[in-house]
Design a protein around this ligand. Structure first.
Ligand code: BES
Ligand code: MN
Ligand code: MN
Length: 464
């Protein structure tokens, strides 16, 4: 594919400007104030798919935000790749921490990206990564070099649990039939270290409320005589980890698959600089479960984290008060073979169990999903590996991701196909944070690597 790098060099400016247009649409799925913007973004994605060469492009209505679908058929004898991505983004707050406005994309040079990085909400998660696939398709179609059939399915509710997509997948098994699913919504180990994500963690997300007295009380008149829901909640949360940072919920680890010594040794070979890691976060020490190193703690081990906690008086000055209620949002990241519904139940039982007399506890489950592992002997994995090696010049490294894409295990259950996670993001992209960015180099490298996946996958498919 001599012409591939030339094509990218020639159209580079246009690719970036088109992505900018997508990034200017604030498609925040969590906040209904943005609902028209989310809908407009779906239309823009549909238009982009059409222009790149998809036929039968549809903006499929759902009970929530639409799913954009498109396909291009070459021949019934050839395999079909289903590309999944999401056009919704996380809320941009806290706004004051952004150096430039979240929905006004700009290119700035950084130490890591001397060639420039695109700063905007969604640049890496996932509009920038999704758009690499659209531009890769454009290239293949323009050169009459699309080697197999392709389907695109881009949703608008990933950041809020993909509930409409779950139903859509169950109801459209025929339409979505495919041989392999291809997603760029994860990251690489380091810039210039080609790596393929071989696993995603599962998730159970719950919200807890501790209720004490029926109204807020004067902390002098009542303090010491009734349970303070905030004190109690803090104590209950603290007790969820022991002195080794193991999670104390009975049964929590029962189904966890431990990796073999060999598998852990392989993981330890991946490049990782602990000093640089600490420096990037301005921390003096890392923290976590005893017996595991950082890269294990954030990928092959389950975790429990408070994501938010509130209650009582948090305004200016001081107010002497015992609040009636305290609240927290808690996420648990899960690993194979933990079942997220089971874990949610175990958490609920335990959390109610440890509540002292004098308070009541309510646990409200939010969304969740199962963990996922891509088998490395799958031809999709091998094709991805060859593709990375072709464009980066070095062999790719498998790595397990710490994040979750709950729809991936559901794809396997409903459509029977494996997912290949070809992520081009970096941990330093600051996804979900202020100043999210995506290296221009990463963006272009993605566009360059994807067509090779198509080529190698089709070759391996035909010879298998
Ligand atoms: N793209 C991320 C997931 C991700 C990022 C996986 C990097 C691996 C590496 C996705 O958009 C996301 O944010 N997922 C959520 C879960 C969802 C149910 C809200 C997550 O992981 O918190
Ligand atoms: Mn994402
Ligand atoms: Mn995300």
């Amino acid at each position: 594919m001599e012409s591939l790098t030339a094509y990218i060099a020639q159209h580079r400016e246009r690719f970036i400007q088109e992505l900018f247009e997508l990034l200017r649409h604030p498609s925040v799925s969590a906040d209904s104030a943005y609902s028209q913007d989310v809908l407009d973004t779906a239309d823009l994605v549909a238009e982009a798919l059409r222009k790149a060469g998809c036929t039968a492009v549809e903006v499929c209505e759902t009970e929530g935000y639409p799913i954009v679908y498109g396909e291009r058929r070459v021949s019934d004898d050839l395999p079909t790749i289903l590309v999944y991505g999401h056009y919704d983004v996380q809320p941009p707050d806290p706004l004051n921490l952004w150096e430039t406005a979240p929905f006004e994309p700009v290119i700035r040079k950084t130490e890591l990206h001397p060639e420039g990085a695109i700063f905007a909400r969604g640049s890496s998660d996932d509009k920038g990564q999704m758009y690499m696939h659209v531009k890769a398709l454009e290239y293949m179609v323009s050169q009459n070099a699309l080697p197999c059939n392709v389907k695109f399915m881009i949703e608008g509710e990933e950041e809020v649990g993909s509930s409409s997509l779950s139903a859509f997948v169950r109801e459209n098994r025929e339409k979505l039939a495919n041989d392999v699913i291809l997603i760029s919504d994860t990251g690489m180990i380091e810039k210039d270290v080609p790596s393929i994500t071989t696993g995603l963690r599962g998730l159970s997300y719950v919200e807890v409320t501790v209720t004490g007295p029926n109204r807020d009380l004067h902390s002098g008149l009542y303090g010491g005589a009734v349970a303070n829901p905030i004190n109690v909640l803090a104590k209950m949360i603290a007790s969820l980890h022991d002195e080794n940072n193991h999670i104390t919920i009975p049964g929590f680890y029962d189904k966890v698959i431990e990796l073999s010594t060999g598998e852990r040794a392989l993981m330890a070979e991946a490049p990782f600089d602990l000093e640089a890691y600490k420096k990037a976060l301005d921390i003096k020490a890392v923290y976590g479960e005893k017996g595991y190193v950082t890269n294990e703690r954030n990928s092959i081990r389950p975790t429990l984290d408070v994501n938010g906690i509130w209650g009582g008086y948090t305004g200016q000055g001081a107010k002497t008060v015992i609040a009636s209620q305290a609240h927290a949002k808690i996420s648990m990241r899960l690993v194979p073979d933990q079942d997220w519904n089971e874990i949610t139940d175990l958490f609920t039982k335990h959390f109610k169990n440890i509540a002292p007399e004098g308070v009541t506890v309510e646990v409200k489950p939010h969304h969740g999903g199962q963990a996922y592992v891509t088998p490395m002997d799958h031809i999709g994995y091998q094709a991805a590996s060859k593709a990375y090696e072709t464009t980066f010049g070095t062999p790719s490294i498998p790595h397990r991701g710490g994040g979750s894409i709950p729809i991936v295990p559901l794809f396997e259950k409903e459509l029977g196909s494996k997912t290949i996670l070809m992520g081009f993001g970096l941990n330093s992209d600051a996804i979900h944070s202020p100043n999210e960015h995506f290296g221009v180099g990463n963006f272009l490298k993605g566009i360059e690597t994807i067509p090779y996946f198509y080529q190698y996958y089709t070759e391996l498919f035909r010879s298998s």
